[in-house]
Design a protein around this ligand. Structure first.
Ligand SMILES: NC(=O)C1=CN([C@@H]2O[C@H](COP(=O)(O)OP(=O)(O)OC[C@H]3O[C@@H](n4cnc5c(N)ncnc54)[C@H](OP(=O)(O)O)[C@@H]3O)[C@@H](O)[C@H]2O)[C@@H](O)CC1
Ligand SMILES: Nc1ncnc2c1ncn2[C@@H]1O[C@H](COP(=O)(O)OP(=O)(O)O)[C@@H](O)[C@H]1O
Ligand SMILES: [K+]
Length: 505
C-alpha cells in the first residue's frame, strides 16, 4: 500500500524518547521542548475547561512531572488556584524537571508532598505522574495516587499518557488513571489507540510541539492511524463504462444448519459495498429465506463437496466462516475452499477449524479476521495474552499464517507483513452478535474493487467502523445491530458525490 499522507504515524515509547533526544540535539535545549509541552497542554486545558478556577496537578519524579510543573506555573500565572502534589520531593528532581519546578515556585505554586492522608480536590486533575519513562506496573506511591485520582470523581487531563497505561501496548497491568482527555507529545503512541487503554485515554489530542517525526529519518513508525480520507482515496467514483464483471464475483460460504442469519448478514454486506455478483453457498434450509430477502443474491443449498466446488470455481473471492459451525458441514466446506486455492476471507468457525486441524498452512492470498479469542486459538495462547500485546499478536499471526491478518476488537489492527494500520473508529455498540459477519462481507465485497486483499482488509475495517459510528450517531450505541450497518456502508462505499450522468447530456 502506498503511504497515505493523511495517516498519522504511531511510535513506541523508546522511539519517542529518541525523537525527543534528536529534537533536543537539533535545538540545543531540552527545557524549550518541555516548556512547549506544558504550554500546549495548558492551551488544551483552557479550551476544554474555559473559566476554570482550581486545578490539582500531580507531578511524578521525571520529565512527565516537569511538564506538570510548567502547566502549574502557567495556571498560577493566570490566577487559577493550583494544588500541586509532588510524588518526589522537588529537592530530588534533576535537570529540566527541576527547572520546571523552580518556574512553578516562582509563580507562587507551593508543592505538597504526596501522602496517603491527602484528599484530592479541584475542578480538574492534571496527571503528570508517569509518561514514556514508566516501566512495569505503577509502584508506591504512584499506585495509590492513581487510585486516589480515580476516586476523586473529577475530570482528568493526562499529560503524554494516563499513568498506568503501557504506551507501547495499551495494556493496563493494575490500574491506570481514567482520563477525560490525553494530550500526547512529539510522537503519537500506539498504546493510546488500542486495547484496554481505550477505556482510559479519553479524547487523545496529539501535540507535535513543532517536531515533525518524519523529518528525523531512521525512526520508522510501528503503525499508522487510519483517517476518514483513506476511504475517498481508495474508492473513487465508478467508471461510466462499468459492468458487473469488473467488480468481482464473491462466493459466501456460510450458515450451517440453524445458522442462516450469519449467511444473510455476510452476503448482504458483500452486495452493499458494491461487489459485481454475490453467490451464497449455505445449508439448503436457508435458501428460501435468502431469496426472499435478497433476490439479487444467488443462493444455493449445498450438501456436499461437488456442489461447492462448482460454485467456488466461478467465484473470484470466497468468504468463509460465519455460522459454518464446527461440524461436518463446516469441515467439508473449509476443506473444499482451501483445496481450490482461491483468494479468501476466513472468519469465525473457519478460523477455529483452521486452528484445530491445519498445521503448517501458510498462504499469501487470504485475509484472516480473528477476534482476540480466535486469535489466541490460532496462536495457541490465551485471549489475555493476545490482549496484553495486540501488536505482537497480529504480527505473530501474520508470520504464522501469512496473508493479511485483521485483529478485531476496539483499536482493530491490520497487518499484511509490511504495514501495520490501526483503525481508531468504531464504538462499543459494535459489541453485538453479527458485527464480525458484517465485516467479513465488507472485506470480501471490496476485494474485487481494490488493488489487493490487504487493501480490501484495511479499507473494509475502516468502512465497517465508520458505518457503525454513523449508525450510532443516529440512534445510539446500545441496541446497534449488524444489519443496521447496511445502508451506512453503502453510503460510505460512495465517498465522492455521484453526479447524474444524464446531467452531462
Ligand atoms: N526533554 C524531554 O525529554 C521531554 C520529555 N517530555 C516528557 O517527559 C516524559 C518522559 O520523561 P522521563 O523520561 O523522565 O520519564 P517519566 O515518564 O517522567 O518517568 C520517569 C519517572 O517515573 C518513575 N517510574 C518509572 N516507572 C515507574 C513505575 N512503574 N512506578 C513508579 N515510578 C516509576 C521513575 O522513577 P525511577 O524508576 O527512576 O525510580 C522516574 O521518576 C514524557 O512522557 C513527556 O511527558 C516532554 O516534556 C517533552 C520534552
Ligand atoms: N468496543 C468496540 N469498539 C470498536 N469496535 C468494536 C468494539 N466491539 C466490537 N467491535 C468490532 O465489532 C466486530 C465484532 O466482531 P466479532 O466479535 O467477530 O462478532 P461476531 O462474532 O458476533 O460477528 C469486530 O469488527 C470488532 O472490531
Ligand atoms: K501522565
Amino acid at each position: 500500500m502506498t503511504a497515505s499522507s493523511f495517516q498519522r504515524p504511531l511510535y513506541l515509547a523508546d522511539q519517542v524518547r529518541e525523537l525527543d533526544r534528536r529534537a533536543i540535539d537539533a535545538e540545543g535545549d531540552g527545557f524549550a521542548l518541555m516548556r512547549r509541552a506544558g504550554e500546549s497542554a495548558y492551551e488544551v486545558l483552557c479550551a476544554r475547561w474555559p473559566g476554570i478556577r482550581r486545578v490539582c496537578v500531580l507531578c511524578g519524579g521525571g520529565n512527565n512531572g516537569g511538564d506538570g510543573y510548567i502547566v502549574a506555573a502557567l495556571a498560577a500565572a493566570d490566577g487559577v488556584a493550583v494544588d500541586l502534589v509532588a510524588l518526589k520531593p522537588v529537592a530530588e528532581l534533576e535537570g529540566d524537571a527541576r527547572r520546571a519546578a523552580e518556574l512553578a515556585a516562582e509563580a507562587g505554586v507551593v508543592p505538597v508532598a504526596w501522602n496517603d492522608e491527602l484528599t484530592l480536590d479541584g475542578e480538574l486533575m492534571v496527571d503528570a505522574m508517569l509518561g514514556t519513562g514508566a516501566h512495569g506496573a505503577p509502584r508506591p506511591p504512584y499506585a495509590a495516587a492513581i487510585s486516589e485520582v480515580n476516586a476523586s470523581g473529577c475530570p482528568v487531563m493526562a499529560l503524554d499518557a494516563p499513568s498506568g497505561v503501557d504506551v507501547d501496548t495499551g495494556h493496563i497491568e493494575t490500574e491506570a488513571v481514567a482520563a477525560t482527555l490525553t494530550v500526547t507529545f512529539v510522537g503519537d503512541k500506539l498504546g493510546l489507540h488500542t486495547g484496554a487503554a481505550l477505556d482510559v485515554v479519553g479524547d487523545v489530542i496529539y501535540a507535535p510541539l513543532g517536531v515533525d517525526p518524519r523529518s528525523h529519518g531512521g525512526i520508522a513508525p510501528v503503525a499508522w492511524l487510519q483517517t476518514r480520507q483513506d476511504l475517498a482515496r481508495a474508492l473513487p467514483p465508478r467508471r461510466p463504462g462499468s459492468h458487473k464483471g469488473i467488480y468481482g464475483h464473491v462466493l459466501v460460504v456460510a450458515g450451517a444448519p440453524g445458522m442462516g442469519g450469519a449467511a444473510l448478514m455476510t452476503s448482504e454486506m458483500v452486495a452493499r459495498v458494491g461487489a459485481g455478483k454475490v453467490s451464497l453457498a449455505t445449508d439448503a434450509a436457508h435458501v428460501s429465506a435468502s431469496l426472499t430477502r435478497f433476490p439479487e443474491i444467488m443462493a444455493r443449498g449445498v450438501r456436499g463437496a461437488p456442489d461447492l466446488e462448482a460454485m467456488i470455481e466461478s467465484a473470484d473471492t470466497v468468504a468463509i466462516g460465519p455460522g459454518i459451525g464446527n461440524g461436518a458441514w463446516g469441515q467439508a466446506a473449509l476443506r473444499s475452499v482451501l483445496d481450490a486455492g482461491k483468494p479468501c476471507v476466513v472468519d469465525a468457525d473457519a478460523l477455529n477449524l483452521l486452528a484445530r486441524e491445519e498445521s503448517g498452512i501458510h498462504r499469501d492470498d487470504w485475509v484472516l479476521t480473528p477476534h482476540p479469542g480466535e486469535a489466541g486459538r490460532l496462536l495457541g495462547i490465551s485471549t489475555a495474552e493476545v490482549e496484553r500485546d495486540r501488536r505482537d499478536a497480529v504480527i505473530a499471526l501474520q508470520r504464522r499464517w501469512g496473508g493479511t491478518v485483521v485483529l478485531k476488537g476496539a483499536g482493530t489492527l491490520v497487518y499484511d507483513g509490511d504495514r501495520l494500520t490501526l483503525c481508531p473508529f468504531g464504538n462499543p455498540g459494535m459489541a453485538s452478535g453479527g458485527m464480525g459477519d458484517a465485516l467479513t462481507g465488507i472485506i470480501a465485497g471490496l476485494s474485487g474493487q481494490l488493488a489487493s486483499l490487504g487493501e480490501a482488509a484495511r479499507i473494509g475495517v475502516l468502512l465497517h467502523a465508520l458505518a457503525a459510528d454513523a449508525a450510532a450517531l443516529d440512534a445510539g450505541e446500545r441496541g446497534l445491530l449488524a444489519t443496521d450497518l447496511a445502508s451506512y456502508a453503502r453510503t460510505l462505499a460512495n465517498p465522492q458525490p455521484v453526479s447524474s450522468h444524464a446531467d452531462h447530456a
